[in-house]
Design a protein around this ligand. Structure first.
Ligand code: SF4
Ligand code: FES
Length: 250
């Protein structure tokens, strides 16, 4: 396949970026989207030009690093896949493809297609953990009975890979799908009960402090999420937040 690419280039966080045109050829339909970018970068390297910076790591849909806005959609046109799992068979010979970074105030561009997602790390640091006794008396997690429904819902929430597609897709740049998944995966389990109220209050507070917008129930985040994280997590987070706020004031 031959393709025309329009790619966002930006030298550093302060410089003004712009879309730049590139042509690639000999692209196999079996290549992943990132392999197609590798081909382009190799040709740029061979010409002595600066390769395009983009995030990636596992290339297996598990690390959440890859983060491209492709033809106006987070992770491209396929559903329930990350950019590294997107294949060139989804495109046709001669297509023009627009490739941009995530765009959100809380995810500033570092370079080209790379954005700073450390705001997510700070939300996790605010409460996305459980404290365990490591004095030698730690109870084996398998020894604590968990109802099957709760275990399944917690597991589903835990599949969030922190990619940020939900934020990039949302017209409000809301991080509520991510934050609620991280809260749910712990609050549904017995081990998550001790810090339950503190956790939801602190994580939501940090989410707001990072400059993410609010949820207005558009649902775009759920549609574009590569792990199909459910909006039900946002409803659960809101219920927990109201209950914890009332309790903390009483
Ligand atoms: S909720 Fe989905 S889209 Fe958002 S960070 Fe988690 S995996 Fe990515
Ligand atoms: S590179 Fe790890 S999820 Fe895409």
């Amino acid at each position: 396949m031959k393709l025309k690419l329009k790619i966002w280039r930006q030298k550093n966080p302060k410089s003004k970026g712009k879309m730049v045109d590139y042509n690639v050829s000999e692209i196999s339909k079996d290549m992943s989207f990132l392999e197609m970018l590798d081909v382009l970068n190799e040709s740029l390297n061979n010409k002595g030009e600066e390769p395009i910076a983009f995030d990636h790591d596992c290339r297996e849909g598990i690390c959440g690093m890859c983060s491209l806005y492709i033809n106006g959609e987070a992770h491209g046109p396929s559903r329930a896949v990350t950019t590294c799992q997107l294949h060139m068979r989804e495109f046709s010979n001669g297509d023009t493809i627009y490739i941009e970074p995530w765009r959100a105030k809380a995810f500033p561009v570092v370079k080209d297609l790379v954005v700073d997602r450390s705001a997510f790390d700070r939300i996790i640091q605010a409460g996305g953990y459980v404290s365990v006794n490591t004095s030698g008396n730690t109870i084996d997690a398998n020894a604590v009975p968990v109802p099957k429904v709760d275990a399944d819902e917690a597991f589903d929430a835990a599949t969030c890979i922190g990619c940020g597609a939900c934020v990039a897709t949302c017209k409000n740049s809301s991080a509520m799908l991510f934050t609620s998944a991280k809260i749910s995966q712990l609050s549904l389990l017995p081990q998550g009960q001790v810090e339950r109220e503190r956790r939801v209050l602190n994580m939501v507070k940090q989410m707001d402090a990072e400059g993410f917008g609010n949820c207005t129930n558009t649902g775009a985040c759920e549609v574009e999420c590569p792990k199909e994280i459910s909006l039900e997590n946002i409803a659960r987070m809101n219920r927990e937040h109201i209950a914890a706020s009332i309790k903390s004031k009483s």
